[in-house]
Design a binder for this molecule. Sequence first.
Ligand code: GAR
Length: 197
Amino acid sequence: MTRRVAIFISGGGSNMVSLVDSMTGDHPARPCLVISNQPDAGGLAKASAKGIPTAVVDHRPFKGDRAAFEAELARVVDAAKPDILCLAGFMRVLTEGFVSRYEGRMLNIHPSLLPKYRGLNTHARALEAGDAEHGCTVHEVTPELDDGPILGQARVPVLPGDTPDSLAARVLVEEHKLYPAVLRRFASGDRSPIYLP
Ligand code: GAR
């Protein structure tokens, strides 16, 4: 049975595009919704251009009432009947109430080699620490921020003269390989981790 995938974005949505473009042919999943908390997220137009239904649930009118924001988010997501939820550059922290509703079905991509550098500014923190390598992780979402079982990791070298931006760009290339590889495996019922390259 084809699995339905909802993809959550907040920005340009390059990971969303890589996921959508991978779901063709004998892939066990298809996109059913791209949803953003940012009305001006660049990824929304990219999804529409690919014929994927889009939705916006702007967090701002909820004025910090996370429960009310997440109730509306869940209402819109559930209407699309997804089997799998992929956070792809979704920059709102989700509370336990929302996460547990979709337990075992929600993935996230994070730009670090978890458990290193949960949270923000991961590239700058890797540089500051003098790390020789950096990378990205896809993991199952659990109520703890950037935690949960690891489903895949990809590594890149840190090069002399790297800036947070140059390192982010090198990691992003790997994100676009890792997330589709993990989604394909996950959608076929296999949760064993993938390590790239
Ligand atoms: C990606 O690098 C992703 O790993 C990161 O945001 C970027 C989104 O880019 N996610 C996080 O930092 C989550 N905490 P994209 O919109 O082009 O996919």
